[in-house]
Design a protein around this ligand. Structure first.
Ligand code: BG6
Length: 503
């Protein structure tokens, strides 16, 4: 059943923020991230008219390339990966502000060249000295780049005058210790207000919509707690495998790759208390409280609360060890021990090479206390209500509820009310990187991970990761590509007297 949704009329006040002129400097330009995500995002912002009028992009990488060759590569990347078709005239105008500097990040002279080129760009386009540095490199390079920037005088302290900000791409470390040292290193060069740690999940429209759904609709708040919610499922299921990232993934695994960041972020937005204001720090502080309330994993409960898997064929992927015990699938039962959620299980589930791609949050409400519709075959159809936020694909919100089936018999049917984002708002939602790049240019850190968040999330997941590094979760591989994951994970859920919701 589809529901018509009236979008907010265009006359309603909207939050339009001016984006100041700036240069975006991408270290590691030409790599996968800039080709697949950053360039297409910038191009789409240009197409939507939201990129500042005065803007330049400076790519920095080791490869010796001319400006022309770099622009050509970026044009090819945009044609391949942009959600909108490349318009040659728009690209021509956009590419006028695209430059490239080659150099080794270890070499101070590279930063001198970057500095000189930035001054030229400032002069040419009137960019007022504002700079956003994007470190699209492995984290092992962060220290070298940050120190190089500092030594070349490219980082201005926050305050009046031109601003300098740095975007760090995940992973932010691989455990609590490395996250702390990364944070210390960044703090040597930057103030926390200048650091933008990207978890691209937060830039997804539908992830942001969790906040709007919860706090702009009074219908949900009274139900959003242990009195009415039976359990919550949060899943991020992927059909893809590790592809060309085998080497990285085999040192990372699903707990570090998706659970520590994306799933905990979505969990926090789902479970958090209303913030005092919509400001970045109020929202981020409320999210942090959720992390602080997570029940600590104890070594004697980890095996009961966590199920891991590895897809058949993973060990044959390029870069993966032939006897790898790294998990590509995880299901966790998590408790948020606070007044609102005490006793309500949150089931987190994610994996690669599964049957269907779907990221969803499903809030399962408690069953009705008593069926008034006596006959057993009628009761069978009185299913508990489920509110599902479809984060991707087919973005939307659906509510499952019971209704009388028309007719002279008393039959109860299960119905679904479905709001589809594309139908309601016309068109696909923008890509996460579009929103995040724009927010960083505007200095809005709401959708970026704060230092304390990063360290607290590692502190929570570290014991789980370590436990399975010391105790085999296997035998692996234990699930077939194209399945729903390890069969014993379904049994595990049945043991909870529940079944996974099929997306
Ligand atoms: C990345 C992970 O952070 O998120 C990948 O490293 C994963 O392993 C990806 O595939 C999923 O993101 P999305 O936006 O495709 O759901």
């Amino acid at each position: 059943m589809a529901t018509r949704v009236a979008a907010i009329p265009p006359s309603a006040p909207t939050r339009r923020v001016q984006t100041p002129p700036c240069t975006l400097v991408v270290f590691g330009a030409g790599g996968d991230l800039s080709r697949r995500k950053l360039l297409p995002a910038l191009y789409n912002l240009a197409m939507g008219g939201t990129l500042p009028d005065r803007f330049a992009l400076l790519g920095v990488a080791r490869r010796g390339l001319t400006n022309e060759a770099f622009r050509e590569e970026m044009r090819a990347a945009v044609s391949e990966f942009s959600r909108r078709r490349l318009d040659p005239e728009l690209w021509r105008r956009f590419a006028e502000g695209v430059d490239y500097v080659s150099g080794d990040f270890e070499d101070g002279a590279s930063f001198e060249r970057v500095s000189a080129r930035l001054q030229q760009l400032d002069h040419r386009f009137g960019l007022e000295g504002n700079r956003l540095f994007y470190l699209a490199t492995p984290p092992t390079e962060f220290g070298t780049i940050l120190r190089g920037l500092k030594r070349a005088g490219l980082i201005h302290p926050p305050g009046a005058g031109p601003w300098s900000r740095v975007i760090l791409e995940k992973p932010f470390g691989r455990d609590l210790e490395s996250a702390r040292s990364l944070n210390r290193l960044a703090a040597e060069v930057l103030d926390e207000s200048q650091i933008f740690r990207i978890d691209h999940y937060l830039g997804k429209e539908t992830v942001q919509n969790i906040l709007v759904l919860r706090f702009a609709n009074s219908i949900f708040e009274p139900l959003w707690n242990r009195k009415y919610v039976d359990y919550v499922e949060i899943c991020a299921l992927e059909t893809v495998g590790v592809g060309t990232r085998g080497k990285f993934y085999d040192q990372t695994g699903v707990l570090r790759d998706i659970v520590q960041n994306h799933l905990l972020e979505v969990l926090a937005l789902t479970a958090m208390e209303p913030p005092t204001t919509g400001g970045a720090d109020d929202i981020r502080s409320e999210k942090l409280k959720v992390l602080n309330a997570l029940r600590d994993p104890w070594s004697d409960t980890i095996r009961r609360d966590v199920v891991l898997g590895q897809y058949r064929g993973y060990r044959e992927e390029p870069g993966v060890a032939p006897d790898s015990m790294v998990p590509t699938y995880a299901a966790l039962r998590v408790f948020v021990d606070n007044w609102r959620w005490q006793g309500v299980p949150f089931y987190l589930r994610t994996g690669k090479k599964l049957k269907k791609r779907a990221t969803e949050v499903s809030v399962h409400l408690q069953p009705i206390p008593l069926s008034l519709f006596g006959r057993p075959d009628v009761c069978e159809f009185v299913k508990p209500n489920v509110l599902t936020l479809r984060i991707q694909p087919d973005e939307g919100i659906q509510l499952e509820f019971a209704s009388k089936v028309p007719g002279d018999d008393f039959m109860v049917g299960a119905l679904t009310m479905d709001m589809k984002y594309t139908e309601a708002f016309g068109g696909e939602p923008p890509e996460a990187y579009e929103r995040l790049l724009l927010d960083a240019m505007r200095g809005d850190a709401t959708l970026f991970s704060r230092r304390d968040w990063v360290e607290t999330s590692w502190g929570w997941i570290d014991p789980i990761v370590r436990y399975f590094e010391e105790h085999a979760a296997g035998p692996f591989p234990n699930y077939e590509p194209g399945s729903w994951g390890p069969a014993h994970c379904d049994e595990w859920m049945r043991g909870e007297h529940r079944t996974w919701r099929e997306p």
